[in-house]
Ligand binder design. Structure first.
Ligand code: BDR
Ligand code: CA
Length: 343
């Protein structure tokens, strides 16, 4: 039996002129870069940003969100703090990857933006209920907020166009042999999402381990230059966004270099690219389920690669990416925030 790894058709993900999205994540170096891509893209309308506990505790991911919104000049985007712990499991963070702050490395601006008074899940529900069109959710952390939304506000399901998420891996895990970090942190939440019937785009390790940024790419980003204290934000002391992104990547690189990687797999932006540039991705539609027990396999995403269940696929699983085109998209987003003319 052969695997059909067809080029992903754009049918399910063709963007309307402007596609409304909610960004939900646990920043996180790669979450930060994912949000930069989303905020830079002219055909994504970022309607809200919410945080979840994951890479760091919720207070820290929320502070990072406020700093990032300040950095990227996103003061008009409603921001809210989401769930502080997984549905069932105790929280676990990833300081070995992202540092104790969740976003160690360059100094970021102190926030000049404020949180909404409601919770992240309430904000998601409000945005969905009041939208003139279905909204995509781009989730780059554990799926706790998304699952809570679906359980607490089932009426909003109709208003969710789809969920594009970073998480899982059909072939392997990265936090245990079987489980990827976002899935391992909250498998019960992921289970709710996989069973929801909502169109799902999965940027798991199968593709994100190929979404690699090399040393020379970091140098290319650095050469973008740009204006310090840019009107859309910028870092403290005149640090340009270019320099901040380069330093994030270098920090992220450090952890992966010790593991023997040639570059840094920049996972989370792939969930944005799945909407904005699906033509650089290939994948396969399949049934994906998540293991919530299992002595060795809790948090594993089990993909029915060979259609053994005979069930209709619930997930489009991305498997490959045109790496150089991916790097170009990151460079273009940096250029967008640096007031420089693209070369
Ligand atoms: C995922 O885990 C986090 O550390 C990253 O931000 C990414 O979302 C990769 O396994
Ligand atoms: Ca993340």
């Amino acid at each position: 039996m052969s695997i059909t790894t067809q080029a992903v058709t754009t049918q399910a993900v063709t963007m309307q002129a402007v596609t409304p999205v909610i960004l939900d994540g646990d920043p996180g170096h790669d979450d930060a870069i994912a949000w930069m891509l989303a905020l830079a893209h002219p055909r994504l309308d970022v309607r809200a940003i919410t945080t979840v506990a994951g890479n760091a505790p919720i207070e820290q991911t929320t502070l990072n969100m406020l700093r990032l919104a300040t950095l990227f000049g996103a003061e008009d985007v409603p921001l809210a703090q989401g769930c502080s712990r997984p549905l069932v499991a105790p929280p676990q963070a990833a300081p070995s990857v992202h540092g104790a702050s969740g976003l160690d490395g360059p100094t970021l601006p102190e926030p000049t933006v404020a949180l909404q008074e409601c919770s992240g899940v309430e904000l998601m529900a409000r945005i969905l209920r009041t939208s003139d069109r279905p909204v995509w959710i781009i989730a780059t952390g554990p799926l706790t907020n998304v699952a809570t939304l679906l359980m607490a506000y089932p009426d909003v399901k109709e208003q969710i166009a789809g969920i594009s998420f970073m998480g899982g891996g059909i072939r392997s895990g990265n936090w245990t042999p079987a489980a990827e970090f976002n899935m391992l942190v909250d498998p019960e939440a992921a289970s709710v999402v996989f069973a929801s019937g909502i169109p799902l785009l999965m940027a798991g390790l199968d593709v994100t381990e190929k979404a690699m940024i090399m040393e020379e790419d970091v140098e290319r980003i650095r050469q973008v230059g740009g204006v310090a204290g840019h009107s859309a934000g910028g870092g403290p002391g005149g640090t340009s966004i270019t320099e901040i992104v380069a330093e994030w990547l270098e920090f992220f690189f450090g952890f992966h270099r010790e593991l023997g990687y040639e570059g840094a797999p920049v996972h989370d932006p792939v969930a944005v690219v799945a909407l904005t540039h699906p033509e650089i991705l290939t994948g396969q539609d399949m049934v994906v389920s998540i293991e919530t027990s299992g002595a060795y396999t809790r948090g594993a995403t089990v993909g029915d690669v060979y259609h053994t269940t005979g069930k209709a696929p619930n997930t489009r699983v991305f498997l490959d990416i045109e790496r150089e085109a991916y790097v170009d998209l990151i460079v273009e987003a940096v250029e967008h925030f640096s007031e420089v003319t693209p070369s």
